[in-house]
Design a protein around this ligand. Structure first.
Ligand code: 5GP
Ligand code: ZN
Length: 114
């Protein structure tokens, strides 16, 4: 999508601090980190929200999880622990409408989910 900020990052129109990449996925540091480690993982194909994954492309959810494992290893937080979050739509707190998973860690996270 031409006006999507994360599609612009994939195209290289907007720079990012890349953490991990494969043929389907790109992971980069969040520009406004909420924790010492805060990485955004996105599919290279544009989906607006979690709800747009259907039977044909639901495997991407596994690709996001596999990328989260890689990111946790790369950032050295896999043993200490971390949190993965996918916000969906307004009350879920989604601001950027290109499906993405947050990986948060590097400090003790709140027991509250929101
Ligand atoms: P959401 O609230 O949609 O789940 O999260 C969007 C996340 O994307 C936010 O944590 C925000 O800081 C991050 N973000 C927004 N624009 C940019 C950007 O241009 N570059 C990077 N690296 N992160 C961004
Ligand atoms: Zn997009």
């Amino acid at each position: 999508m031409s006006d999507c900020i994360f599609c612009k990052i994939i195209r290289g129109d907007i720079p990012c601090a890349k953490v991990y990449e494969n043929d389907k996925i790109l992971a980069f540091d969040d520009i406004n980190p909420m924790a010492p480690v805060h990485v955004i993982i996105i599919p290279k194909r544009h989906f607006s929200t979690l709800l747009d994954l259907d039977a044909e492309n639901i495997d991407l959810a596994g690709d996001l999880i596999a990328a989260a494992q890689k990111v946790a290893e790369i950032k050295g937080i896999e043993g200490r622990g971390f949190r993965t979050v996918i916000n969906c739509n307004a009350e879920g707190g989604q601001v950027v409408f290109h499906l993405h998973m947050h990986v948060l860690g590097g400090r003790k996270l709140s027991d509250e989910l929101g």
